[in-house]
Design a binder for this molecule. Structure first.
Ligand SMILES: C[S@@+](CC[C@H](N)C(=O)[O-])C[C@H]1O[C@@H](n2cnc3c(N)ncnc32)[C@H](O)[C@@H]1O
Length: 257
């Protein structure tokens, strides 16, 4: 996996392969969870939400359908084009911005919420870049605004790799066949997937993804370093208990003044 695998990975092939993992039902459940967590953190009505790493806009558009004022930011023109198409299908509008997440603060500081959803954090090689993303998030939030960061966490990944769990599997999507091998390197703390893809026309392609799998402890410390306060951890997508066998939904906020 190259250092900047994320610069080319998110394209039409990615969308075809991931379509099964992100069904409309799944997305609705996730957005139910987001609204429950926001209510638990004092944001009950329509909010100004930045969907950071918005991808094809599935989360941001579902939030817009429910009356929120949403901006989606992503650096992939291909994913943003897919978000525009999806916007026509669902009949909701969000503003879409093609930008690197580290520069999100250029949008100004008026958002009530930043949602950073679906294992989109930790792609950079250097922790300093991840910290830059969190600092940009703090700067786009209004005072008292809330960050929701939903991702896989290292403790759960480490347990999966220490057991006999099947970490090599086949899966299919829209004419594609994929042999997937999941890996975890406890020294670098990175985890990822190597994919051998057979495309619908029979050609083969290899590609991979890799991210820094932070523990909740590390992610809380990183938020504090970015001056984001009152960290709370949930299993997600709603305000459910966080644990070794759950995903991680970290909530933190910009200081109120
Ligand atoms: C897992 S996908 C999107 C997940 C999306 N939040 C969802 O739940 O469907 C991650 C997205 O992050 C975007 N991305 C990766 N690195 C980025 C960066 N440095 N700045 C902005 N977007 C980035 C990719 O283009 C991709 O669309």
């Amino acid at each position: 996996v190259s250092d900047a695998w994320w610069a080319t990975f998110f394209d039409a092939t990615y969308r075809a392969l991931w379509a099964e993992r992100t069904t409309p039902e799944r997305t609705r459940l996730e957005v139910d969870g987001i609204e429950q967590v926001l209510a638990a953190h004092g944001i009950a009505g329509p909010a100004r939400i930045l969907d950071l790493f918005c991808g094809d806009g599935r989360i941001g558009l579902e939030l817009a359908v429910r009356g929120h004022d949403v901006t989606g930011l992503d650096r992939s023109a291909s994913m943003l084009a897919a978000a525009r198409e999806r916007s026509l299908v669902v009949g909701a509008r969000i503003e879409l911005v093609e930008e690197d997440a580290r520069l999100a603060h250029r949008l100004g500081g008026h958002f009530d919420v930043v949602a950073c959803w679906g294992s989109s954090f930790g792609y950079f090689e250097e922790t300093a870049d991840d910290l830059e993303v969190l600092e940009a998030i703090r700067r786009v939030l209004r005072p008292g605004g809330v960050l929701l960061l939903e991702t896989a966490h290292r403790d759960r990944i480490a347990i999966a790799h220490a057991s006999d769990a099947q970490l090599r599997d086949w899966w299919h999507g829209d004419g594609y066949t994929v042999l997937r091998e999941r890996w975890f390197d406890p020294t670098s703390g990175r985890a990822g997937e190597d994919l051998q893809i057979t495309l619908p026309d029979g050609t083969r392609e290899r590609r991979g993804l890799s991210l820094r799998a932070y523990t909740a402890t590390e992610l809380v410390a990183l938020c504090r370093a970015a001056d984001l306060h009152d960290p709370a951890t949930y299993g997600g997508p709603g305000p459910t208990a966080f644990g070794l066998d759950t995903r991680l939904l970290l909530v933190a906020r910009r200081a109120p003044t």
